[in-house]
Write a protein that binds this ligand. Structure first.
Ligand SMILES: [Zn+2]
Length: 354
C-alpha cells in the first residue's frame, strides 16, 4: 500500500475475489474480478440481483455492470461465475460504464447469450460502435500522424502503433446493435433500489458512474480509482480537446456525495474516502501541470514531455497513453493561457511558456 492509499480505508481489507469467484459487498450486490492481458491486470465487475422487463415479462436475475475484455481467460472466468456465483439465475441486463475494451469486451456475448438488454450512455455507445468497426479516426493507423505531429520520431514505436488497427475489435468482438440510453441525473431502479447516473468526461466520451443513496454506494467506474490515476488523453479523433479540464470538472460532480460513501472502482479494491481520493487526484494533476509548465521554459513537444511525466520504460501500448496524457496536460495549460502553441520543425507542434 502506498502513502496515499493509506489515507483511504479499504472496506474489505486485502480481500480480492479469485477469477470466477464472487464476493458479496452487501446482500444482492456481488463483486467479480476478471483478468486483463495488460500491466493493469484486472477489472472489477458488479453483479446486482434484479428483475427486468423483457418484452412485457418480468425476468428475475442479475444486472451486470461491465463485462471484462473479450479474452478466453475472461470467458472462462465468466463460465465459473455463471455456474456458481449467481444462485442459478442468469444475467437479465448489461450496463456499461464506458466503451473501453476491459469494460465492454464481452457485452455482446452476455447480451446475446441471455437475450439481455444493454444499457449505456449515447456517447459511449457511439464510440463502441465506431471502435469495434475500426473506423478511420479511431483505429491504430490514425494515431500515427497525430503522434508524429506531437514529436514522436521512434520508427519502431510508430510502426507498432500503426499495426494495432484491430486492437479494439480483438478485445471487443461484438457490441450489441441496440441500447437503452443512460443520461446524466437519470434515476432508475436495480433490484428495487434507486440508482442515479452521474456522467463524467475526459477519460471517455460520456462515462456513467452510478450512485445509490439507500445503499450509500458509488459505482465509480474508471472516474475515481484508489491506487492509480485515471488516464486522461488527447487522441487523434479529437486533436484539439481539453480532456484534463473535462475530467477535473467531472470530479466536481461527486462533491455532494456523503464522505463515507462506499466506492466500488473498476480497478483496485472497494474503499471509503471518496473526497480524500478526489483531493489526491487534484493534487496529482496540479503537480504534473507544474512540472510540464516548468519544462516548457523552452519549447517542447508532447513526446519531449513524456520522459518528464513518466520516468520508466514504456511499451507501444503504454506510450500511446503516455503521449496522450502529456498532451492533455499541455492542452490544459495552453487553454488556460499559460502556454502558447507554436509550429516547430517538420510540422511538429511545440508548446512554450507565454
Ligand atoms: Zn476506461
Amino acid at each position: 500500500m502506498n502513502a496515499l492509499e493509506s489515507q483511504l480505508s479499504y472496506a474489505f481489507g486485502e480481500t480480492i475475489p479469485a477469477p470466477g469467484a464472487v464476493h458479496e459487498i452487501v446482500p444482492g450486490l456481488r463483486w467479480a474480478r476478471m483478468p486483463l492481458p495488460f500491466a493493469l491486470d484486472h477489472v472489477n465487475l458488479w453483479l446486482l440481483q434484479d428483475a427486468v422487463d423483457h418484452g412485457g415479462v418480468m425476468r428475475a436475475g442479475w444486472s451486470v455492470i461491465d463485462t471484462g475484455a473479450g479474452t478466453d481467460a475472461t470467458r472462462a472466468a465468466w463460465e465459473q461465475v455463471l455456474a456458481g456465483g449467481l444462485d442459478d439465475q442468469a444475467p437479465v441486463r448489461v450496463i456499461a460504464t464506458h466503451c473501453h475494451p476491459d469494460h465492454v469486451g464481452l457485452a455482446g456475448w452476455v447480451c446475446e447469450r441471455f437475450a439481455a438488454p444493454f444499457w449505456t450512455t449515447t456517447g459511449e455507445f457511439g464510440f463502441m460502435r465506431m471502435m469495434a468497426a475500426a473506423l478511420p479516426g479511431v483505429d491504430g493507423p490514425s494515431a500515427i500522424p497525430h503522434f508524429k505531429r506531437h514529436g514522436l520520431r521512434d520508427a519502431a514505436m510508430l510502426d507498432q502503433m500503426g499495426s494495432r488497427r484491430n486492437y479494439y475489435p480483438s478485445l471487443v468482438p461484438t457490441v450489441p446493435f441496440a441500447y437503452t440510453r443512460l443520461q446524466d441525473g437519470q434515476e432508475f431502479t436495480i433490484g428495487g433500489k434507486v440508482w442515479r447516473v452521474i456522467t463524467g468526461f475526459g477519460h471517455s466520451p460520456e462515462h456513467a458512474s452510478l450512485y445509490c443513496a439507500a445503499l450509500n454506494i458509488l459505482i465509480s467506474g474508471d472516474m475515481v480509482l484508489p491506487r492509480i490515476s485515471t488516464n486522461v488523453s488527447v487522441f487523434a479523433v479529437e486533436p484539439e480537446g481539453n480532456p484534463l479540464q473535462l475530467y477535473l470538472d467531472s470530479l466536481g460532480k461527486f462533491a455532494g456525495l456523503p464522505d463515507d460513501v462506499l466506492v466500488l472502482p473498476s480497478h483496485g479494491k472497494p474503499f471509503r474516502g471518496l473526497h480524500t481520493r478526489i483531493d489526491q487526484l487534484r493534487e496529482h494533476h496540479v503537480a504534473r501541470l507544474a512540472e510540464v509548465y516548468d519544462a516548457c521554459a523552452a519549447p517542447q513537444s508532447a513526446a519531449d514531455i513524456v520522459p518528464i511525466m513518466f520516468r520508466r520504460p514504456l511499451d507501444a501500448h503504454q506510450l500511446s497513453f503516455a503521449l496522450g496524457e502529456a498532451l492533455a496536460h499541455l492542452h490544459k495549460l495552453w487553454y488556460d493561457g499559460q502556454l502558447q502553441r507554436i509550429a516547430g520543425p517538420d510540422g511538429q507542434l511545440l508548446f512554450t511558456q507565454k
